[in-house]
Ligand binder design. Structure first.
Ligand SMILES: Cc1ncc(COP(=O)(O)O)c(C=O)c1O
Length: 469
């Protein structure tokens, strides 16, 4: 969807673009916002597009995104070989379909499903679609149970922390489910087990636990949330399932925190999603969702399509979708294995904790998290810093090429503004040193200001709930 503001600078500038490619003697003129009447030679079209994209940020210096910005050349080669494959054509590309199935089995095993063979799962375009599917399964299970008991099923609700990613607000909005958001309180920046249980009732389709939080990288206490729901079931008889949104953490915790029980080891966990394109180390967009056992995914949500002569079960919001990312995920699993994933994720955690520690030592900042769960940490300026805001720091770092988002927290901590650093594969100790040096310089420059220049209107983060304009 394009809106006036989304098209941005284009509309402010000229409607026609003078194309003066470096190696052509024939200058041309093309419209910017309408389909050109004629064609262009491929190398000229390439140059026009390529040149404009040079103004995008440098992906490796982007400490804002969780999404993969580097893959090795062999993975890129394999992806290029698969650009023409449509994931939905399982009949035409049966081997690609087989790789998808193997990936879901590997994930089911990694997440300790009772039977990896039987656990249903699928690839998606990312965690957002995966969360929609998981939410729909929760809603449908609840509705079946209500109908079987002869009870009304018209007012479903979903309990979660206010820190959930915006995809959960979308799910609630698009699929008519009341979102029950537990606010932050004091230094608690994510879901609290007792508060979650207190908001459940007979109409609760599930509780979402996030591993880890987009705001600060902290893991929510999944086991304690399950225990609180066990007590609730014993007291009130409501059996509330848990979905774990492991967009990032479901590909970190199995390798770095193998003893932490957050997954299907907890009987109440009904489903788990992850983004293959985050710590699954694949370029965007691929996500995954796995259910603990067949009964967790109601059969009436699964379409059996007779397509190109085959009987194909599908549970997805999209129909056509690229196959290359799924192939790349399988490649990454083969290439790294458990040990390789552990090395990569542990290295990210080492870089994150070391960098967080140095930033804490710098003086003007207070850490909210330390990068020892997701390799992600959030920090704010100390109360006695009066010359600049986190928004000034973000803007100053941008001058040196670093993208570090600054944003305010949601209810009940809207008073708190923070910066967040996401350490991904590729942010080496060396790069972290350079970042730290630039941060030191930025602080030195900003300390000369009389007062903060930028406020929360400059917030550069739109992942959380309650931020719709
Ligand atoms: C916890 C969480 N859930 C869901 C999402 C949405 O994931 P995707 O971008 O893969 O759709 C994100 C993205 O940052 C996330 O952090």
């Amino acid at each position: 969807m394009t809106t006036a503001s989304a098209s941005g600078r284009d509309d402010a500038g000229r409607a026609h673009l003078a194309v003066n490619p470096v190696f052509t003697s024939e200058p041309a003129d093309i419209p910017r916002n309408s389909l050109p009447a004629g064609d262009l030679a491929p190398d000229i079209a390439y140059q026009v597009v390529h040149d404009e994209l040079m103004l995008d940020g440098n992906a490796r210096l982007n400490l804002a995104t969780f999404v993969t910005t580097w893959m090795e050349p062999t993975a890129e080669k394999l992806m290029a070989e698969c650009f023409d494959k449509n994931m939905i054509d399982k009949d035409e590309y049966p081997r690609t379909a087989a790789l998808e199935q193997r990936c879901t089995r590997m994930l089911a095993e990694l997440w300790h499903a009772p039977s990896a063979e039987r656990a249903p799962g699928c690839s998606t375009t990312g965690s957002s679609e995966a969360c929609m599917l998981a939410g729909l399964a929760l809603k449908r299970r609840w509705r079946h149970a209500r109908h079987e008991a002869g009870l009304p099923a018209d007012r479903p609700n979903l309990v979660m922390g206010v820190n959930v990613q915006i995809c959960w607000e979308k799910f609630a909005n698009y699929f008519d489910v009341e979102p029950r958001l537990v606010p932050m309180e004091g230094d608690r920046f994510h879901l609290d087990p007792a508060e979650a249980a207190a908001r459940c009732d007979e109409n609760t389709i599930g509780v979402v636990a996030v591993l880890g939080s987009t705001f600060d990288g902290s893991y929510e206490p999944v086991a304690d949330i399950c225990a609180a729901l066990d007590r609730l079931e014993a007291e009130r008889g409501w059996s509330v399932p848990v979905h774990v949104d492991g967009a990032s953490g479901a590909m970190v915790a199995p390798f770095c925190d193998p003893d932490l029980a957050w997954d299907f080891r907890l009987p109440r966990v009904a489903s788990i999603n992850t983004s293959g394109h985050k710590y699954g180390l694949v370029y965007p967009g691929v996500g995954w969702v796995v259910w603990r056992e067949p009964s967790a995914l109601p059969e009436d949500l699964v379409f059996r399509v007779n397509y190109l002569g085959g009987d194909m079960p599908t549970f997805a919001l999209n129909f056509s979708r690229p196959g290359a990312q799924v192939v790349a995920q399988y490649y990454t699993f083969l290439r790294l294995g458990f040990d390789g994933f552990r090395r990569v994720q542990q290295n990210c955690r080492d870089v994150a904790t070391a960098l967080a520690g140095r930033i804490e030592g710098l003086g003007p900042f207070r850490l909210l998290t330390r990068g020892d769960q997701l390799p992600v940490f959030a920090f704010t300026v100390q109360d006695d810093v009066t010359a600049y805001s986190v928004f000034d720091v973000s803007a100053q770092l941008r001058e040196a090429g670093w993208l570090v988002p600054a944003y305010t927290f949601p209810a009940n901590r809207t008073d708190l503004a923070a910066l967040r650093v996401v350490v991904r594969n590729g942010l080496t100790h060396d790069l972290a040193d350079l970042f730290f040096a630039d941060l030191g310089q930025a602080v030195g420059t900003l300390a000369k200001q009389a007062k903060p220049v930028r406020g929360r209107e400059s917030a550069s983060f739109a992942h959380g709930t309650g931020e719709r304009r």
